[in-house]
Unconditional design. Structure first.
Length: 244
């Protein structure tokens, strides 16, 4: 049943399959949010490497107003991750089954808020910096949640680590295990499961990015609504009464 499947994705009882399926779904959302968000605010908000580097560049060039903007983005991502950790730990200590659904519902609500702020930007005069900070907060919230879910095995908001791990496993796959008989060393073997998982996550992020960019190109900020619905569906099943 679809409801039963959705329930397993956010249940406290975790399996490698449920972690992977949740990770693929969130990687898709992150890719769509990051790519679509770039077209909206002209900044990528899902990874902090570029943010910290840009902050260093602008500090060296004396552009203190931009340094403050970058620092705000970094702080928003950090606060998002902290919020996710607080919500999950709060639910765990109360033995609640909603430890992962609460951050997802908050993320869905904030994506809708981003769409409203962006769509009405010229009417209500909101600062674009607030919109960028909101997206960074959402990405920090999501990344911390999937990190807690998978015990730091899965990341969804950036692909640098994933591509690095893919390269490591490809290096193992191509390695020629030939050594002198006098050297008793273990053979180098590829972790095929790890390789496949990370390739799937990168592809999911990419597909989400393409769809998110096309959505923003053609319908604008309204494209955040389907993403919020996906997150709401992922989390809502856990609130339904379990079948006997």
């Amino acid at each position: 049943m679809p409801v039963d499947y959705l329930r397993t994705l956010t249940a406290p009882e975790r399996t490698r399959q449920s972690n992977l399926h949740l990770g693929l779904s969130l990687a898709f959302v992150a890719g769509a949010t990051n790519a679509g968000g770039f077209l909206a605010v002209k900044e990528y908000t899902s990874h902090m490497t570029g943010v910290v580097s840009s902050m260093a560049d602008d500090l060296a060039l004396g552009r203190m107003d931009l340094v403050l903007d970058w620092f705000t983005s970094l702080l928003a991502f950090l606060l998002g991750a902290a919020t996710s950790a607080v919500m999950i730990n709060w639910a765990r200590r109360r033995r609640s089954r909603h430890e992962y659904t609460l951050p997802l519902l908050l993320e869905a609500s904030l994506l809708l808020a981003f769409g409203v702020l962006g769509y009405m930007h010229h009417l209500i005069g909101t600062s674009m910096g607030i919109t960028v900070g909101l997206l960074c907060y959402v990405m920090g919230l999501q990344n911390a949640m999937i990190t807690k879910v998978s015990n730091a095995e899965i990341r969804t908001t950036h692909v640098t680590g994933l591509v690095t791990d893919i390269g490591i496993e490809l290096g193992k796959l191509l390695y020629w295990n030939r050594a002198p008989d006098s050297v008793a060393m273990p053979l180098v073997r590829v972790n095929q499961e790890r390789l496949i998982v990370h390739v799937k996550l990168v592809l999911s992020f990419f597909v989400g990015g393409v769809i998110g960019a096309l959505g923003f190109k053609h319908v604008g900020y309204v494209s955040t609504v389907p993403l919020a619905i996906v997150l709401a569906l992922l989390s809502s099943a856990q609130f339904l009464p379990a079948r006997r």
